[in-house]
Write a new protein. Structure first.
Lengths: 220, 112
């Protein structure tokens, strides 16, 4: 038995007080509650909507705490999936061709002159490699992550760009240290090693963004 | 309900099997289906059902899509190809477990 628009609005407003921030799980719980109440009404229970709502939330979900646990579990599963996909993306480039490329690049770096301009070029390369995944993730993942009921995408900021910006975090520390302290004393091979590391993270981050899908982040 | 405490290890199997038989279902429908098929003897708690569905989805055994039904968003689950293979594996596991349990509870040791 269908509920009236007023009753549906009341349920929606009441459920919003439960602070289920992610729209996906919010709509799933909302649909469940409405379906259960509709069935109760169809079975002849004409109790007030407030009583039926309380019965369903307490009986099916274990009340406010039960719903909160459900949301926490969903978030934990989602984060775990993201981390798994990031590990898979890194492993994809930890292979023999990459190792061969790294060896050749490191050998070449032994031959280049030990001058500041070359070291600075490599540092600039690192910066580009580190920040390009953040820009890529910001655009390519729009609309493919969990949204809040207000339409914002905290997962994009907190977890996905967080993953993509990991290289930048490392880089910040490294660059500051190198630029201000020991650049003149380090040989180019050190800078090349760092560049290769950032190249690896960059490729992994881009692969991660391409593989990521909203509802099944472990698509690979 | 006593039977519910025995369900813990078989919840994923039940969900996968139901989705194999019904193609696509939403959360409430799954819970109701189990209740109806078992004449109310087994009732899935939503606190266990939804995390199990989300885990199966994250593992790539289920895929989801949404439809607007009566002005609200309804999320449907269906098996992926991997999910289809997993049903067979889980059913075999469950069958083996039931057979072993039957032997144990009937106290009829097998002699090889």
């Amino acid at each position: 038995m269908k509920l009236s628009p007023e009753e549906l609005r009341w349920i929606d407003e009441r459920l919003k007080t439960y602070k289920i921030i992610y729209s996906e799980i919010y709509h799933e719980i909302l649909d469940h509650i409405i379906s259960a109440i509709e069935q109760k009404r169809a079975a002849g229970d004409n109790s007030d909507i407030e009583i039926l709502f309380r019965q369903v939330v307490e009986g099916h979900f274990g009340g406010y705490q039960g719903i909160e646990n459900l949301v926490d579990k969903r978030r934990a599963i989602y984060i775990k999936s993201i981390k798994k996909l990031w590990r898979q993306s890194l492993q994809r480039y930890l292979n023999w061709p990459m190792l061969g490329f790294a060896i050749v690049a490191l050998l070449l770096s032994l031959e280049v002159p030990d001058v500041k301009s070359i070291k600075l070029s490599l540092v600039v390369g690192c910066i580009l490699l580190a920040f390009s995944p953040i820009v890529y993730a910001s655009f390519s993942l729009q609309g493919r992550v969990l949204k809040t009921i207000k339409g914002t995408q905290p997962f994009l900021r907190r977890h996905l760009i967080g993953v993509a910006s990991a290289p930048a975090s490392f880089l910040s520390l490294l660059v500051l240290y190198v630029l201000w302290n020991v650049m003149d004393y380090l040989p180019p091979i050190i800078f090349m090693t760092v560049t290769i590391w950032f190249l690896l993270l960059n490729l992994a981050a881009i692969h991660f963004c391409r593989q990521f899908t909203t509802l099944n982040p472990t698509a690979e | 309900m006593g039977t519910n405490s025995l369900l813990k290890g078989t919840l994923q199997t039940i969900i996968l099997k139901l989705l194999e038989d019904n193609t696509e279902m939403y959360g409430y429908e799954i819970a109701q289906n189990v209740k109806e098929v078992t004449a109310g003897e087994i009732m899935l708690t939503e606190g266990a059902l939804y995390p199990a569905l989300h885990k199966l989805e994250a593992e790539g055994f289920l895929e989801t899509f949404t439809q607007v039904v009566d002005n609200r968003v309804r999320k449907y689950y269906r098996l992926t190809e991997d999910g289809g293979r997993e049903v067979t594996a889980k059913m075999s596991e469950a069958q083996l477990f039931i057979d072993q349990l039957q032997i144990l509870l009937n106290l009829k040791p097998t002699v090889k």
